[in-house]
Every structure is written in C-alpha cells, then in structure tokens.
Write a protein that binds this ligand. Structure first.
Ligand SMILES: C[S@@+](CC[C@H](N)C(=O)[O-])C[C@H]1O[C@@H](n2cnc3c(N)ncnc32)[C@H](O)[C@@H]1O
Length: 337
C-alpha cells in the first residue's frame, strides 16, 4: 500500500516536470557542466530534496525561534569566517530538506523569518554593505535580497526598483511584512525599466545589485504550459542582451570607486560568464574583484562549479547542499575612465 502511494506521488511529481525544458537543459548543461549536470538535474527535478534556509528578521528577533532551530539541528551560515560577514545577519541552514512553515502577513506584525535559497545571500554579502551607504537594488521583486540587505546594515539610502507592476506590489508587501514602518518610509520604491536608471540617477550609488531577470532554471523545469515553455526557450537567447543593458545602466548609476554585484539563478554560461566577459571587455573602468575567498569560506555549505573567472562564482545544487543555481559576479568601478 505504502509503495503504491509513493509511486503515485512520484508519478504526480514527474508529471509536473516540463519535458521540453528538461530536454533543452539536458543538451546545454551536459555540455557546459559535464558529469556534474547529472547530480544537479536529479536535485532540480526532485522538490522533496530541496532545502530552505531561514533568515531571521532582526526587526522582530525571537530568541525562542533561534533556540528551536538549533534544537532541530540547524546551524548558522558562514559562522563568522568571512571578514565582512555582518554579525546582524543570522541565517540558519539544515542539511536535511526540512521546511519551516511560511508565516502569514498580518498588518501591524512583522514577520520573524524569511525562507530562502541560502545561495541568494551570496550576492548580498558580496556587496559588503556598510551603514550609511547609498544602495540600489535594480531588479528587486519579490524583495528577498532587499530584506537581506537590511539585515546587514542600515543604508543611508535604499532604492528598490522593479519594472513589473504586479511584482512591485509583491515587493511593497514584502517590505511592509519585514521592515518597521519608519524605515519603510525612507526606502525609495520605483517602477522604472532598470535600463533607464543610469540616466535617471547617474553616479548616485555606492553599491548596486543587479539580480537580473534570467532563465530561472528551478522554476522553468516546472512550467505547466509546454507551449509557453517552448516559446520561452526560443526567446532565451535574448536574455543576455537585456542583462547587459541592465548592467550598463547599473554602471552609469554607480559612483566611481563603487561596487557592483551581478547575480542570476541560472546555470547558463551565456547569461553568466559571457555577460560579465562582455562587460569587462567593453569598459576600461570596470574591474573584476576577486571573490574566490567567499567560495573557500563557505565550501562546507555550498558546492561550486568552476567558472574560469576570479570575479565569478557558480553555486550548483548538490546532495545535502541543494542550494543554487546561483551565479554571482563582483565588479568595481575605478576612478579613472
Ligand atoms: C531574479 S528576479 C529578482 C529577485 C529579487 N532580487 C529577490 O531577491 O527577491 C528579477 C526581477 O527583475 C524584474 N525585471 C525584469 N525586467 C526588468 C527591467 N527591465 N527592469 C527592472 N526590473 C526588471 C523581473 O520582473 C523580476 O522581478
């Protein structure tokens, strides 16, 4: 009986995987990632082994929650080993696919924690945000990284931008669920096409995060409409153009001496390394920043694939470390042009 039930649920899961997308990924990623793709694929198509990290909200800190997480066997990410890891950011990980229940949004009550793919914190940490800095989150909805940024420091100015109006509503709701109203009031939220931000606010920011629209591999694999998925695959080669345009705009918005972090949640080389190579080849004032130390420091929690770049990391889902895909690249705008 049990075996029959299991087979049924497995069949249900298998049905949800979009074959067109899986076949497409199979071809591309076995070429780009070699044998590592087999493990990555097995994890991506098996939601029962996905893991969920718990990012505590410092604006509604709960000692009890932290104690419970420890009792359940959770441990903290990067326990103090990265030089610029902020003490105020507390993220708990479990090696098993445990998932805490999501909290409901209640007006007047801040949420205590945010569930996320732990690899999403790497682009935020790479920004090395400090109190008082001016920071731009160019593609911000639903707001996970904006929330994480605010766990690291109190920026002097935080600008969260999102082009899609429905997702902008979601972003506002996330901010209101996690951040106290006086702080929400000083966060600027806008609905610009990110490609216009550089001209709108030139050299305004100390730090810019471009968490770009991308193939979003985990999500694509579960597309319910095969026709739509096939259409998206046919349009996929346009994404690097948009990503490069967003980066060009971000570079304009960044002040000389400022840091720029680019991230995606795809394994695709065309949307990751190739985009960054194009930027590095076309700007003499944009320098790669070595990010390998971050990979060394968190290798007990994440598995990385080689990127061939000192400024780029690629987190790949692995057994017991089902985080990613997440590509992170760190760049600096120099004072000379
Ligand atoms: C990967 S998601 C961002 C996730 C978000 N940073 C987070 O951590 O919750 C990329 C976002 O970029 C938005 N986007 C797409 N095109 C854009 C554009 N031209 N300008 C600004 N945002 C855009 C998408 O609507 C999507 O919400």
């Amino acid at each position: 009986m049990l075996t029959r039930l299991k087979t049924k649920s497995e069949r249900k899961l298998a049905k949800q995987i979009c074959k067109v997308v899986l076949d497409h990924f199979e071809k591309q990623y076995s070429k780009e990632l070699g044998d590592a793709w087999n493990t990555i694929r097995d994890i991506l198509i098996t939601p029962s082994c996905w893991q969920y990290a718990v990012l505590l909200n410092r604006f509604n800190y709960s000692f009890e929650l932290e104690k419970d997480l420890r009792l359940k066997g959770y441990h903290t990410l990067l326990q103090g080993s990265l030089p610029y890891y902020p003490k105020s950011m507390k993220c708990y990980l479990s090696r098993t696919p445990d998932r805490m229940p999501s909290e409901r949004h209640q007006i007047g009550n801040l949420k205590k924690y945010y569930l996320l793919n732990a690899a999403s914190l790497l682009p935020v940490l790479a920004l090395e945000l400090r109190d008082g800095e001016k920071v731009l989150d160019l593609c911000a909805a639903p707001g996970g990284k904006s929330i994480a940024l605010l766990q690291c420091a109190y920026p002097g100015y935080l600008h969260c931008n999102e082009h899609d109006s429905l997702r902008l509503r979601w972003l506002r709701q996330t901010l209101e669920s996690f951040i106290p109203q006086p702080l929400v009031n000083v966060i600027k939220v806008s609905e610009l096409d990110g490609r216009e931000m550089g001209d709108a606010q030139p050299e305004m920011f100390d730090k810019v995060l471009v968490d770009a629209p991308c193939s979003n591999d985990r999500n694509w694999l579960f597309s319910s409409d095969s026709q739509k998925a096939a259409w998206r695959i046919s349009q996929r080669s346009n994404l690097p153009v948009l990503q490069i345009e967003l980066l060009r705009s971000a570079i304009k918005a960044l002040r000389p001496g400022g840091l720029l972090v680019y991230s995606t949640c795809t394994l695709s080389k065309a949307e990751n390394q190739d985009v960054i190579s194009e930027i590095l080849n076309s700007y003499s004032n944009i320098m790669p920043v070595d990010i390998k130390e971050m990979a060394r420091t968190c290798s007990q929690d994440f598995t990385f694939a080689p990127t061939g770049q000192e400024c780029g990391l690629l987190v790949i889902p692995d057994k017991g470390k089902a985080w990613g895909p997440m590509y992170v690249a760190k760049l600096k705008k120099s004072w000379t042009t």
